[in-house]
Ligand binder design. Sequence first.
Ligand code: ATP
Ligand code: MG
Length: 641
Amino acid sequence: MTHADPQTDAQHTQQELFSFARSTRGEIARWGFIPTTREAPADAETPSHILLARAGCIRKVSSGVYAFLPLGLRVLRKIEAIVREEMNAIGSAELLLPALMPIELFAGTKRDVEYGDLLFTLEDRHGRRQFLGPTHEEVITEALAACVPSYKSLPICVYQIQTKYRDEFRPRAGLLRGREFLMKDAYSFHAALEGAGGLNETYDRMHQAYVNIFTRCGLDFTAVEAEAGPIGGSASHEFMVNCASGEDTILVCPASGYAANVEKCEIGQRAGPSVGFFVGEPTGTLEEVHTPDCPGIEDVAKLMKVKPENMLKSVVFKVAARDEDEAKKYPGDWWVVACVRGDHDVNEGKVRDACGCKIELANVDEARKAGFEIGYVSPRAVVGKPQTLLLVDPDAAAGFDDAKGKSRFWVTGGDRKDYHVKHFNWQRDLGKDPVAANATKTDGSKADCFFEVASIRNAVAGDPSPRAAGATLEARRGIEVGHIFKLGTKYSTAMGFNILDEKQERRPVIMGCYGIGVSRTVAACVEMSCDDNGIIWPAPVAPYHVLITLIKPDEAELKAAAALADELAARGVDVLIDDRDERPGVKFKDADLIGIPVRVTIGAKSLAERKVEIKHRKDTGTNALVALSDAADECVRLLEA
Ligand code: ATP
Ligand code: MG
């Protein structure tokens, strides 16, 4: 894809982006309400959860709900400030939408059903149902629909930074997955997709603004291609912080730079078996095995002592045509059986693309009635069912194992509850020659089901790259901090937001939406940048830039600290002074924990020589002795390094 025009304000050099530099005067504060503790919360496992709590940045109120204490709030505000600057720079205007909204807003687009239990709902005193916004497409679309009559007012791009509510099934890792969290969400509205003022232009600018934001936050991240998901639409990118503790898996091709999330990632040309798909002699007589209480691949594999890669997994879908064309292609009731190897996962988006029609996971009871014993379905289940399409992934369609030089041994479902079969053979057990397109039987008679080899599984590490011949995909873990979507007309159509175009014709407005997890970004910064002793804040988001620790806060030390702090503040540096009446050991431990990037220590001995000790939080070595008169320069140098 193309990104924003290099001439726009949003483009900066890497150096400019990752700099703490500020033109405003810095702030000076004494150690106040920073309740540090040695104890990690009992439920905390990830570094950011443990360290943000221990450093007195956040405090749990209930599951997935946190209070931001002064230090944590300062980080949140700094990230917000970066987000605001970059949003304003691309011409997006800030507004604030309500968190509390009437349920009718979501019911109109059926998102009350789509969100289901994720939605926090309540009833007001008059018995009217309300909800707390998990996202805000409807309310903003309605607002614009009421005020924008024609294409002449477009494009419009607005954003807010606001608290969102999602009743996550499993809130986890502190700020990483909360039930109440801070999000920046932006929405853009257009008369056209292409050209000046079109959605694509704004999308590209937004993409660049996100690159700027996460670079300025000091994060190591990858922008990956992503499926549009339940929010709908045609194209999207996720911004993933590269981090081993991340929840999401992304796949990257080191040769071409292609990166995508698991749901979206394409797979390059896979080498089929040299003898062709479905070919190979049976490995034995088809044999039924009793496998009680083993609905999952892993359980069956253990019980039958086979590797999941020698098993076939079949997932049953029902065709749900969206329009006349699709209905014409699949008239009546059609089933789709997607078959992949046991160690692979069916990708619903790819199955949909292979069918060329919308599909839905089959209802278990309905499928059973139609002869698909869910949990035990094998490819044999399609035999004799004329309204069925069997899609087989290339790895599952291999009847012959080139590496071993012999036929492949397959275990698959027994098509009845609690049974599996071994020695499955494609040619023998499908009762036809499946190699022929649309399964024309070997005797020339018409097939009784339809058959296709198609790439329908999630990509995994080691798969061929779709962008560079010979290269393979690598897997990485990531934390999703941002997500941008081309929504198209999903919401404008559902909510009747039409405008008059140049030809005075009414058309639905084209939309984009763009989210950033602001509170999640706080946690991502810590995940990326910490050590055994505590946080190491990247300078641009640090609650304070410099921590001045006084060994024994007497008048001389306090005076020196005040003078240095004043000099630093004049240069835009935020300074925290630890003048507590505590043992130096306690103060140094706390300094490590709260992670202020530059540390100055003032003690009687060095002060006698008009010197102070300075070090960067990430340096493990000893402090450098610096003349008091050079101390401010040295601090700024370390911050900018
Ligand atoms: P996820 O897949 O992590 O559940 P999502 O794709 O549902 O997130 P979006 O609707 O894309 O989330 O929301 C935009 C951004 O808000 C996400 O990229 C993420 O950074 C942040 N976010 C979403 N859910 C949470 C949450 N429960 N806690 C904190 N931040 C969140
Ligand atoms: Mg998302």
